[in-house]
Design a protein around this ligand. Structure first.
Ligand code: GLN
Length: 551
C-alpha cells in the first residue's frame, strides 16, 4: 500500500488540542493494524525548541536519537507507544537553515532562492521522507499554529501541492475548529468555523473532515449547518467535547466515527480497532481506589506544561497502582526551612524536577533534606538528582561548600561538574548530552528491582555530571552509585541507604513512560509513596461515592 498522508490543521484559536486529536486518531488507526506515525511541523524560526524557555514553549521533549522537540511528540509516544525521532519534528528554522546551507554549497546555482518553490519543496521533502521510508502506512502531519497565521502559509501551500504530487486519494485534510456556545444566546455558533474553513479555502485546501471542539453536544441541525456551509458531508462533522482526561479522547473519537470516516475516505481496508486495554486504562485513571499526594518541586510550577511528561508518568503509574496521584505543586523559589513543614504537609513523596540555572536551588535542597530525613520516598530527575548529591555532600558528608560548578564555579567541592566534552562548547543549540544511552544497574539496587533487568537505556538532556572523584567518599557515608553508563563510566543513578526509597537519576525516565508501558521507576515510586502513606495513616481510600465525585 502506498503511504497515506493525513494533514491536520487548526483554526479559530490555538489550544484546541490538535496534538491530542492527532494522537487519538493515530491510536485508533494503529489499533486497526495500520503502521502509523505522526509528524509535527512547527512554524517558528528556532531550529528546535531546545533554546526556548519553558514559559514560552513548555517541556522540551527529547527523542532516543537526541532531538530536542515539541511536547506534542510526547503525546504521540504516550498514545502510540512507538518511539519518534528527529524526523518527526520539523521547524521553519530547520527548513531555512537547510535551504540556506544548500544555497551556500551551490545546490541552487543560477537560481533565485524563494519561499515557493524552495522552502515549500524542502517542507514536502521532509514529509515525503517519512512516507517513503517504507515504515508506515499512514503519516499524520500536524501543522502547528492556526490557519491564517503568516508564518504557517508555506506549510499549507506545501500540503496543497503534496495533495497533487501523491494523489488526492492518498491524502486527507482534517481541520480542527471551535464551535463556541454563547450562554446569552443559549446556542452554539458556527460562524467562527465557517470563517476558519473559508481561510483555508483561500489557501487552496478543502478540508475533508471537520473536528469541532465544543462544550455541549452538536445536534443534527448544527452538524447539518456546518456541513452545508463548509462543504463537507454531515458524517464528516465530528464533535470533540471536553473529556475527563486526554486519554478518553480516543474513545470519544471512536464513538464519533473519526477513524471510520478516515479509512473510508482513504479507501483503506482495516479491521475494527481493539480498544479493550485502552478502556481498562481509562477506567483505572477515572476510578482509582486510593489517593496520595506527591510534591513536585520545581521552578515552573505556575506553568505546568513545563512538566508535561512527569505529570503523565504519574497518571500511568497511578493507574497501575489503582491510585490517583494528586500533584502538590511546590515552587522551589518559595520553599525555605521555615515553611517546608507547612508546604509539604500531607505529601507522601517528593519529586525534584529537572532544570537549568541557579534560581530555586536552595528550595530544592530544603525539599530534599526534608525527604531524606523524614524517609519520604524521593525521586530526583536530572537537576533533581544533582541537587540530591549536593544536599547529601553538604549535610551528611559535611562539605559545606559542595556545589555544582553550574552554580558556583569556585566551589572547593565541585561534586557536580561540566562533562569533559562540554568544556569547549560555546554554542547553546543541540549541544548537550542528548538522547538515549545505556545504563548498567547494580544488583539488588532499588533501580534493579524496579526495572528487573541489568541493562537499561534512557534519554538524557544535560551538560553536567556527578564528579567521579567523590563517589567513594559519598558511598562511605551512605549514598551509592547504582547505575553507570558502561562506555563512559558516567554516573546515571544514585540511591541513599537507610531510606525506604531515595533515588536520583541523571536521565529522564518521564520521557519513556507510555500508557502501555508505565515507567518502572514511577510505578515503584508511587508504590513506595502509597506504602509510606498507609504507614502514617495518610492514604485516602476512595469510596465508590467519592470516586464518582472525582469524575
Ligand atoms: N542543568 C543540569 C545540567 O545541565 C541539569 C539539566 C536537567 O535537569 N535537564 O546538567
Amino acid at each position: 500500500m502506498e503511504p497515506k498522508y493525513i494533514f491536520v490543521t487548526g483554526g479559530v484559536t490555538s489550544s484546541l488540542g490538535k496534538g491530542i486529536i492527532c494522537s487519538s486518531l493515530g491510536l485508533l488507526l494503529a489499533n486497526r493494524g495500520l503502521r502509523v506515525t505522526i509528524q509535527k511541523l512547527d512554524p517558528y524560526i528556532n531550529v528546535d525548541p531546545g533554546t526556548m524557555n519553558p514559559y514560552e514553549h513548555g517541556e522540551v521533549y527529547v527523542t532516543d536519537d537526541g532531538a530536542e522537540t515539541d511536547l506534542d511528540l510526547g503525546h504521540y509516544e504516550r498514545f502510540l507507544g512507538i518511539p519518534t525521532s528527529q524526523d518527526n519534528n520539523v521547524t521553519t528554522g530547520r527548513i531555512y537553515y537547510d535551504v540556506i546551507t544548500k544555497e551556500r554549497q551551490g545546490a541552487y546555482l543560477g537560481q533565485t532562492v524563494q519561499v515557493i518553490p524552495h522552502i515549500t519543496d524542502e517542507i514536502k521533502s521532509r514529509v515525503k521522507a517519512i512516507g517513503d521510508s517504507g515504515k508506515y502506512d499512514i503519516v499524520i502531519v500536524e501543522i502547528g499554529g492556526t490557519v491564517g497565521d503568516i508564518e504557517g502559509l508555506p506549510y499549507i501551500e506545501a500540503m496543497r501541492q503534496l495533495r497533487y504530487d501523491v494523489g488526492r486519494i492518498n491524502t486527507l485534510s482534517i481541520h480542527l475548529t471551535l464551535v463556541p456556545y454563547l450562554k446569552a444566546a443559549g446556542e452554539l455558533k458556527t460562524k467562527p468555523t465557517q470563517h476558519s474553513v473559508k481561510t483555508i479555502y483561500e489557501l487552496g485546501m478543502q478540508p475533508d473532515i471537520l473536528v469541532c471542539r465544543a462544550e455541549v453536544p452538536l445536534d443534527h441541525g448544527i452538524r447539518r449547518k456546518i456541513a452545508q456551509f463548509c462543504n463537507v458531508e454531515i458524517e464528516d462533522v465530528i464533535a470533540s467535547l471536553d473529556a475527563r482526561s486526554i486519554y478518553e479522547v480516543p474513545l470519544l473519537m471512536k464513538q464519533e466515527g473519526l477513524d471510520q470516516r478516515v479509512i473510508k475516505r482513504l479507501q483503506i481496508q482495516a479491521e475494527e480497532p481493539d480498544l479493550e486495554r485502552w478502556k481498562q486504562f481509562v477506567e483505572a485513571v477515572s476510578n482509582p481506589s486510593h489517593r496520595i499526594r506527591i510534591a513536585l518541586v520545581g521552578k515552573y510550577v505556575d506553568h505546568q506544561d513545563a512538566y508535561m511528561s512527569i505529570v503523565e508518568s504519574f497518571r500511568h503509574a497511578g493507574a497501575v497502582n489503582n491510585c490517583e496521584v494528586e500533584i502538590v505543586w511546590v515552587s522551589s523559589d518559595h520553599l525555605s526551612k521555615d515553611n517546608v513543614e507547612e508546604l509539604l504537609q500531607g505529601v507522601t513523596g517528593v519529586l525534584v524536577a529537572p532544570g537549568f540555572g541557579g534560581r530555586g536551588i536552595d528550595g530544592k535542597l530544603v525539599a530534599i533534606t526534608h525527604a531524606r530525613v523524614n524517609k519520604l520516598p524521593f525521586l530526583g530527575i536530572c537537576l533533581g538528582m544533582q541537587c540530591a548529591v549536593i544536599e547529601f555532600a553538604r549535610n551528611v558528608c559535611g562539605w559545606d561548600d559542595a556545589n555544582s560548578t553550574e552554580f558556583n564555579p569556585e566551589t572547593s567541592y565541585p561534586i557536580v561538574d561540566l562533562m569533559l566534552e562540554q568544556k569547549n562548547i560555546n554554542d547553546k543549540g543541540g549541544t548537550m548530552r542528548l538522547g538515549a544511552y545505556d545504563c548498567a544497574l547494580e544488583d539488588d539496587s532499588l533501580a534493579a528491582h524496579a526495572y528487573d533487568k541489568p541493562l537499561i537505556s534512557e534519554r538524557h538532556r544535560h551538560r553536567y555530571e556527578l564528579n567521579n572523584r567523590y563517589i567513594n567518599d559519598l558511598a562511605l557515608q551512605g549514598l551509592h552509585v547504582t547505575g553507570r553508563n558502561p562506555e563512559r563510566d558516567l554516573v546515571e543513578i544514585v540511591e541513599a541507604e537507610d531510606h525506604p526509597w531515595f533515588v536520583g537519576v541523571q536521565f529522564h525516565p518521564e520521557l519513556k513512560s507510555t500508557v502501555n508501558r508505565p515507567h518502572p521507576l514511577f510505578v515503584k515510586f508511587v508504590e513506595a509513596s502509597m506504602q509510606y502513606a498507609s504507614e502514617i495513616g495518610n492514604i485516602e481510600h476512595l469510596s465508590v461515592e467519592t470516586q464518582s465525585k472525582t469524575n
